[in-house]
Design a protein around this ligand. Structure first.
Ligand code: PLP
Length: 399
């Protein structure tokens, strides 16, 4: 008997896993490996948030809650949307899930019919296409142009068919760190105004991680007339250093939020009660540590960007946000490493970099845009400095 459902064959094992497991194996063998793959801040969850969680536990906040979020957390989310995004959502227009990932999955599961199409621009966050496939839909990949990967408006418009259900937008982007300006969002809104059957999912998980005075805007804020066709997704993982707590949320049309609650009522039930209390404190409490963290992130971004861009064969644009850079390695394709590996793709580059220099990066193939690779700078400055020296030495020895 084959215990695995056919639909699982639609999704591929993450190409990032190959590198991650190789790095793990090398460490187990005693080799020193600098990992630049992590998609999470290296800072601790702020104390005030941890204290709120302890208080919740001690006061008996340990039982089932409303499936789609406690009233207290929904109020904190509604206040956040109003305060930071000029968006007014009522409690029944808000859902809370087990991380932004779960919220996105719920949106797709609750809204897609078989063969409905979802437009995803490449490079994309690795989970979007596979989540669409698992929800019965078809991802339609629209390539953006290297090295800046600005939104490919023409490609998006050409990809729209009568079956298009959603466009997924992620700004600042994982993996490029590039962020959409107000003008970008206005152009996108014009496309949606022409195609009235299409909705937009705005994944704002990196909203607070923006640098150099970049001003973040979200889609529904820029196009209030399209708010009913938009779902605004966010979470506490990145800005509040709460990746392990697993709380994400979204604001969107009541009918969709009700459908998501139905899905959750028969699958996960509510997200952890204590984590919800902690997330409410994150959104309601002091926000000043975000700017402190960003000061560190911007220094690290500059360090990594300058070091990579100075290496012949690499081209590293300057991203406005998140904690990733996504340099092109096109100039290294066709070269051979000192140990004899021919670099014919970003996958062989990443593998040789790991094997021969002990630095783990994620090849662009994982994000649907090659030849490039993603470096996460959410790690200590000293490790980043070491990694940049090792990458430069490796690249300079290619012939
Ligand atoms: N969206 C993007 C673009 C991400 O990079 C991530 C996490 O890496 C998520 C959503 C989901 O984050 P979480 O499920 O931790 O809230």
């Amino acid at each position: 008997m084959d215990p695995i459902a056919d639909r699982l064959n639609l999704i591929k094992p993450s190409p990032t896993l190959a590198i991650t497991s190789l790095a793990r194996q090398m460490r187990a063998e005693g080799r020193h490996v600098v990992g630049l793959g992590a998609g999470e801040p290296d800072f601790d969850t702020p104390l005030s948030i941890r204290i709120a969680a302890q208080k919740a536990m001690n006061e008996g906040d340990t039982r089932y809650t409303n499936v789609d979020g406690t009233p207290a957390l929904k109020k904190a989310i509604a206040d956040k949307f109003l305060r930071e995004n000029e968006l007014s959502y009522t409690a029944d227009e808000i859902t809370v899930g087990v991380g932004g990932k779960h919220v996105l999955y719920n949106i797709l599961t609750a809204s897609l019919n078989p063969q409905d199409e979802v437009i995803v621009c490449a490079p994309y966050w690795v989970s979007y296409p596979d989540m669409v496939l698992l929800s019965g839909g078809s991802p339609v990949i629209v390539p953006a142009q290297a090295p800046l990967y600005a939104l490919p408006f023409d490609g998006i418009e050409k990809a729209i068919t009568p079956r298009t259900r959603w466009i997924i937008l992620n700004s600042p982007s994982n993996p490029t760190g590039q962020a959409c300006t107000r003008k970008d969002l206005e152009t996108l809104a014009d496309i949606l105004r022409t195609h009235t059957h299409v909705g937009l999912i705005s994944d704002d998980i990196y909203e607070h991680l923006v640098y150099d005075d970049f001003r973040f805007s979200t889609f529904a804020q820029v196009a209030p007339d399209l708010k009913e066709r938009c779902v605004t997704v966010n979470g506490v993982s990145k800005a509040y250093c709460m990746t392990g707590w697993r709380i994400g949320y979204a604001g969107g049309p009541k009918i969709l939020m009700r459908a998501i609650a139905k899905v959750m009522s028969q699958s996960t039930s509510n997200p952890c009660s204590v984590a919800q209390a902690a997330a409410a404190e994150a959104l309601n409490g002091p926000q000043d540590f975000i700017a402190d963290h960003n000061d560190v992130f911007v220094q690290r971004r500059n360090l990594v960007r300058d070091a990579l861009d100075a290496i012949p064969g690499l081209n590293c644009p300057n991203p406005q946000g998140a904690f990733y850079v996504y340099p092109s390695c096109e100039g290294l394709i066709g070269k051979t490493s000192p140990e004899g590996t021919r670099i014919d793709s970003d996958q062989t580059f990443a593998r040789a970099l790991l094997n021969e220099a002990g630095v783990a990066v994620v090849p662009g193939d994982a994000f649907g845009a090659s030849p490039a690779f993603r470096v996460s700078y959410a790690t200590s400055t000293s490790l980043l400095e070491e990694a940049m020296t090792l990458i430069a030495r490796f690249c300079n020895r290619l012939s």
